[in-house]
Design a protein around this ligand. Structure first.
Ligand code: ATP
Ligand code: MG
Length: 359
């Protein structure tokens, strides 16, 4: 048992999503599937990072609100149990904003601007030179989203690794500057040696980067290349049919490293069938892309069927979803406030105990 387990009972994890759209298959294989499996063994916190959505959707705040609720509905559909896990809204956790300010002092400006995930986002989302000051600040804010909960692990997709690396740097630096943790201390030993923050690990899902149906970029809610968890069976079939491979005929030897075969390996659960498809496709043994796509669509629909059933309960019932969020915010604030109190103490900020609660 690690030191943290001993101090805090179940090890804690934190991860979440930005309401820039609805959740898609990339979220399932990259992160949510793992979250569902950790619900019993871990103390789980899932953040809806709604403030971060204002970086790119400022003029569409109504959509941010709508998608925040839709994502919680997606979580519930995918099997996250609000009795076991805490689902909450970033904007309702004041400690996160307060920590962001302090953590911004721990990170060199150029270090933030060099973050490769930010650079890629600026390019992919066409933000040019006009992005707000809040855009790079969101990367700093994400370190606070995570560390406010002092988790040991953060289940994320591959694209998030640079953000998590920054979070790990903030944790180390805070512990060194304010808690006298030695700069040569191993990451695992920070808490044992008096640091407030564990140095959290990135836990990459089964598929770190599911490609979009465009076959060019990773599947992304804002790139119009996603199969959504909420898509109906016909929509799924339609989208799978659009996957572009460039292959001309069923007898042309195919490349099993293409996007279609990433889907074959990810969603067809019968491994013998996967091997058979790979072999025939590679040889061009009379197997058309159209046929492979039908099998992929069927497999995806099989995965989504129980999710559709669970979703039905919450469809048109935003009241139920909001109740879950409110209870989650109350629980999350308890943890985040406790972290903030320790941070203030160590950073020599004069403060008095305070309590946050809803009417
Ligand atoms: P956006 O287009 O707004 O950036 P997104 O689809 O990339 O949206 P995020 O909210 O940025 O989704 O990411 C939420 C989580 O899902 C992160 O942990 C991210 O790594 C993971 N994730 C997102 N897309 C994929 C993907 N295609 N494959 C694997 N994991 C993914
Ligand atoms: Mg993203």
């Amino acid at each position: 048992m690690s030191t943290l387990d001993a101090i805090e009972g179940k090890p804690r994890i934190l991860t979440g999503d930005t309401p820039t759209g609805q959740l898609h298959l990339g979220h399932w294989v990259g992160s949510v599937k793992r979250r569902v499996s950790l619900q019993d063994s871990h103390d789980c916190y899932f953040i809806i990072a709604n403030m971060h959505a204002y970086t790119t959707r400022l003029a569409k705040s109504d959509e941010i609100k709508r998608d925040s609720i839709a994502i919680v509905r997606d979580y519930l559909a995918m099997g996250i149990d609000p009795e076991k896990a805490t689902i909450f809204l970033q904007s309702e956790i004041p400690a996160i904003a307060e920590l962001t300010f302090l953590f911004a002092m721990l990170l060199p400006f150029n270090r933030v601007m060099r973050n490769p995930t930010l650079k890629t986002e600026i390019e992919l989302k066409g933000l040019g030179e006009t992005y707000s000051f809040g855009f790079p600040l969101y990367a700093v804010g994400q370190t606070a989203d995570i560390l406010a909960f002092r988790p040991v692990g953060v289940p994320v997709g591959e694209d998030q690794v640079p953000h998590l690396e920054m979070t790990r740097e903030v944790a180390r630096r805070f512990n060194q500057v304010f808690c006298a943790v030695d700069e040569h201390c191993e990451d695992e030993d920070h808490v044992r040696l008096g640091g407030v923050f564990p140095v959290p690990r990135a836990e990459i899902g089964e598929v770190g980067r599911l490609m979009g149906i465009d076959g060019v970029n990773k599947m992304s809610k804002s790139l119009n290349n996603a199969i959504f968890i909420a898509d109906d069976p016909k929509e799924v079939e339609k989208k799978v049919k659009k996957i572009f491979t460039g292959r001309q005929s069923p007898t042309e030897p195919g490349d099993t490293n293409n996007v279609l075969f990433q889907y074959v390996r990810t969603f067809i659960t019968d491994k013998a069938r996967v091997a058979e498809l790979e072999e025939k496709y590679a040889k061009g043994d009379n197997i058309g892309d159209g046929h492979v796509k039908l099998e992929v669509a069927a497999a995806v629909n099989e995965l989504l069927a129980p999710m559709r059933e669970r979703r039905a309960k919450y469809e048109g019932r935003d009241d139920l979803v909001l109740e879950i969020l409110k209870a989650g915010c109350e629980r999350a604030n308890k943890v985040a406030e406790a972290t903030l109190e320790r941070v203030k103490h160590h950073a020599n900020l004069v403060s008095w105990p305070r309590r946050l609660s809803y009417m």
